[in-house]
Design a protein around this ligand. Structure first.
Ligand code: SAH
Length: 344
């Protein structure tokens, strides 16, 4: 039988869990403290009894992610490829900004969404990550790099809203004051537009930022680039964004990867401006990261500039994101892709 994942349990669940072995609550607190310190071996929990350690080793899985690859960019971006307990691999990136370090975490091994520009989805979805595995991307990126993490973006491999329960559990674990204690306001969840989950997310009442990977303001282009659009359509997604904003008071941001001759026309800029105004959204323009498996190219700088000016002329909030970690395959899924292709 598969051992249980103890690190995904909340402190109260852990108490209930070890009660079945006749263990008092303070033992659960001791275990929680070790876990919060980043200890991932029961044998190292030196204040527990030998008997309890034997039970824990027998019934529960505890695993320390192993660094398969680490790359550091000239701009300071650090990228990790982690080996998970079952041999799968996911990526985590630390980006360094003036205001602090942001970690970009994966939420799934692979992805089922099939976006045309994205390397993460090429082999489809392998499995969801557990809450503990997402947590350990943060814990061990911080520990291994020695860089204090202050912000989290769920913009690595996977579609977070396709792994909703584990992602919510992760949010609570990473927010726990005993552990890494990152405030919900410092966390961004990025989605290709799984609007069926927007209500579930807003009803949690967590002040996280929701980011929509929009990438096109018209259904024809967006459905071509992003299969998730085909059954939903931009209008329904915009409605979902407005409802989310009304329920939470938190502005959504739109991610927009600029792709040459695909989504970078003046007409599309005007359409995008209209959508952003209606939803009170902020726009992040990102030049596409070229992925060798895909025949799509980034817009040239002059087009990006013009596109941005059109948006601004319409009173829209827009930021052109700096490209970080270009020299280390920092675009999501690229490192894992290379790893899988080299292996098989
Ligand atoms: N599934 C979620 C989160 C992961 S992707 C989502 O769709 O938002 C994180 C961001 O990187 C998304 O905005 C995604 O569209 C974008 N992205 C993927 N491949 C890219 C590429 N080659 N260049 C630029 N951005 C890319």
């Amino acid at each position: 039988m598969m051992k249980k994942d103890i690190l995904s349990m909340f402190p109260d669940e852990l108490k209930a869990e070890i009660k079945q072995f006749g263990q008092p609550d303070f033992r659960a607190d001791q275990i929680t403290d070790w876990l919060a310190k980043g200890i991932r071996s029961f044998d190292q929990m030196t204040n527990l009894s030998k008997d309890l350690i034997a039970i824990l080793n027998d019934k529960y899985r505890l695993y320390e992610p192993e660094v398969l690859e680490k790359k550091t960019s000239i701009d300071g971006t650090v990228k990790y490829l982690w080996k998970l307990y079952d041999g799968n691999a996911v990526e985590t990136v630390i980006m360094r900004y003036r205001y602090g370090n942001t970690v970009c975490v994966s939420s799934q091994v692979g992805c089922r969404q099939g976006c045309a520009f994205c390397a993460s989805t090429i082999g489809g979805l392998v499995r969801n990550l557990n809450a503990s595995e997402i947590l350990d991307e943060v814990v061990f990126s911080q520990k291994e790099s020695g860089l204090k993490i202050s912000n989290i973006v769920m913009m690595g491999i996977g579609e977070p809203l396709d792994n909703f329960d584990n992602v919510v559990r992760f949010l609570r674990l990473v927010n726990d004051p005993r552990g890494i204690n990152i405030g919900m306001r410092h966390i961004t969840i990025s989605t290709c537009g799984i609007i069926e989950r927007f209500g579930d997310l807003s009803s949690l009442g967590y002040p996280v930022t929701l980011s929509l990977s929009l990438h096109a303001p018209d259904d024809e282009t967006r459905s071509r680039l992003m299969p998730a659009n085909r059954s939903r359509g931009i209008e329904a997604i915009m409605d979902g964004c407005i409802k989310y904003y009304e329920a939470t008071g938190r502005r959504i941001s739109f991610e927009y990867a600029m792709i040459r001759n695909v989504n970078d026309s003046d007409e599309q800029a005007y359409m995008l401006a209209e959508k952003a105004k209606k939803t009170y959204a902020h726009i992040n323009l990102i030049p596409l990261n070229y992925v060798s498996e895909r025949d799509l190219h980034p817009s040239d700088p002059a087009t990006v500039k013009r596109f941005k000016e059109i948006l601004e002329s319409r009173g829209v909030n827009v930021t052109v994101r700096r490209k970080l970690g270009n020299d280390v395959d920092a675009s999501c899924g690229q490192l894992r892709r290379r790893y899988i292709t080299a292996e098989h």
